[in-house]
Design a protein around this ligand. Sequence first.
Ligand code: TXA
Ligand code: MG
Length: 322
Amino acid sequence: MDTIIGTDIAEAARFLQEGKCVAIPTETVYGLAANALDPAAVAQIFSIKNRPTFNPLIVHVRSFAEFEKYATGISPLVKKLADAFTPGPLTFVLPKKDTVPDLVTAGGETVALRIPSHPLTLRLLESLPFPLAAPSANPFGYISPVTAQHVEQQLGDKIPYILDGGPCSVGVESTVITFENDKVVVLRLGGVTVEAIEELAGKTELRTGHSSSLHPIAIGSPGQMKSHYAPKHKLLLGDIEKHAAEHAGKNIGILSFRKKYPDAAYQVQLSESGNTDEAARYLFSALRFLDACDIDLILAERLPETGLGRAVNDRLERAAAE
Ligand code: TXA
Ligand code: MG
C-alpha cells in the first residue's frame, strides 16, 4: 500500500469515513485510529498492530460533552479532573454505554475515554461524526512512535495515511485512571503526574500491574504487560558504571539521564539539565536510536521519581523486562 504522509485533515477524515485506519498525532504518542463505532474498522487496528483482542482501546473524543454519549458514572470528580487536565494526557476508564462496540472494550463493562490536545487531531475529531479508537501506532510490544517517520518505519505499508503533526510534545502515553468509591485509581503512569492528580483529588491508589505471568484480567489495565516497549537489544536498568564494568569488552549503548559518558560508542543523555519533561519527550526516540545501533546491549538508568520521572521509569522497567 502506498502510504501518504501529510497534514491534510480532510484527507485523513475521508479515509476514516471509508472505514480505514489512519495514524494520528497526539501530544503523547502517535495513535493508530479508526472509527470507534464501526467494529469492522476497529478490527483492522488489532490486525495491523498484531494486538491481542483482550487488550481494550482508548476512545478519543473532541470534548468533555461527548463523554456522556459513551459512558456513565461521570461524577463531579471526573468533571473536576477533566476541567483541569483535558484536552491533555489523561484517560478516564468509566462504565460503558451500549453505544461502544464490545471489540473496543475487549468485551468489558468499562470504556477508556480521552480528549487529546494535539491541534491537528482535535480539528480532525471536530470534523468527524464519530470518535476515534486509537492505540499507540506501533506493532504490539514494541516502542511507541513519537514522530510520523517512526510510524512510517513500522506500519508504513499497512495504512493509507499518516497525519503528520510533528514530534509529540509529551513523549509518554496518557495517564490512565479509574474511580472506586469516588477515589482515583491510577492504572497506568503517564503524561499527567500522580502529584498533579492528588493535588485535586486527594490520595490515589496505584494499580499498575507489573507481572506478565498474571492473566490479563487480573491486571488493572490489561495492556500493562511487564515486557512492553521492548527494544530488540537487551536493556539493563540500574547503575550504568557497574553494568559497564561487568560487561567490559562488549559494544555498549548508554541511555543516561544527565551524565555524559565520554568513552561510550553510543549514548543518549535524556536531559543534561535534569528536566524530567524533556527526558520523557526524548525517551522513545532515544530507545529507537540505540536499538538501531550496532551494539550488544543497552545500559540505562532510572530517573528521579518526581514529575514525569515515574512514567519514564515505568517504561524503562518494562523495556528491561524479558
Ligand atoms: O497516550 C495514549 O494514551 C496513546 C495515544 C495514542 O492516545 N494511546 C495509547 O493506547 O497508549 P494503548 O492502546 O497503547 O494503551 C491503552 C492502555 C492500555 O494499557 C489498555 O489496557 C488500557 O489503556 N485500557 C484501555 N481501555 C481500558 C479499560 N476499559 N479498562 C482498563 N484499561 C484500559
Ligand atoms: Mg501502546
